[in-house]
Design a protein around this ligand. Structure first.
Ligand SMILES: [Zn+2]
Length: 186
């Protein structure tokens, strides 16, 4: 779910933000890629997107509602019930029209022999973040504003991706530190 909320790049930065799904063909490419980079979670089940306009609307509605709910939850460490109905309605419409047996011990996302509809995966994923205390593990990356789930043992993960945002920040801090040293020595 959160990979999908992050398809709005630099969300909150009005000047630089852009929506990867503005080109709706991108949704199918994203679904296919997600099947690969989330292969462990999906237990090897591939994802497909049917590329209809209605399906794209449902995906984008859930993406926006979930981003609103979870971003606010991170910032306030609480869930705002007023933001739940749009998420639940959007998740329900993403789950409509397909039947999948999920949650099996060996097959959490159903039978990997056939591909899974992207909308269904998204609906299941949104609801799973609301179950238990899973939403409490969501963080906002201080560099790129992405949402991610912190599954580290001591809940100390700071960056969405250490190799991207972590290193960029380290480089910046190093630069600022060396500038400060220059000034104090000058
Ligand atoms: Zn980041």
């Amino acid at each position: 779910m959160l990979d999908t909320t992050n398809t709005v790049v630099l969300r909150g930065d009005a000047a630089r933000s852009f929506d990867r799904f503005a080109d709706r063909e991108e949704i199918a490419r994203f679904a296919e890629a997600a099947g690969t980079f989330r292969a462990a979670e999906l237990c090897g089940r591939k994802l497909f997107f049917d590329e209809s306009e209605a399906a794209a609307d449902r995906v984008i509605a859930l993406r926006e509602a979930a981003d609103g709910l979870f971003r606010r939850a991170v910032l306030s460490s609480r869930l705002d019930t007023a933001l739940l109905p749009p998420v639940l309605r959007a998740a329900a419409s993403c789950l409509d029209g397909a039947s999948e047996m999920i949650g099996g011990a060996e097959q959490p996302f159903g039978d990997p022999a056939t591909p899974l509809r992207f909308e269904t995966a998204l609906g299941v994923s949104a609801l799973s973040l609301l179950s238990g205390n899973e939403w409490r593990k969501i963080r906002i990356c201080p560099n790129c504003n992405w949402l991610f789930v912190d599954r580290s043992r001591n809940a100390s993960r700071l960056w969405c991706d250490m190799t991207v945002c972590g290193n960029r920040n380290k480089a910046r801090r190093h630069y600022e530190r060396s500038k400060a040293t220059e000034v104090s020595h000058g």
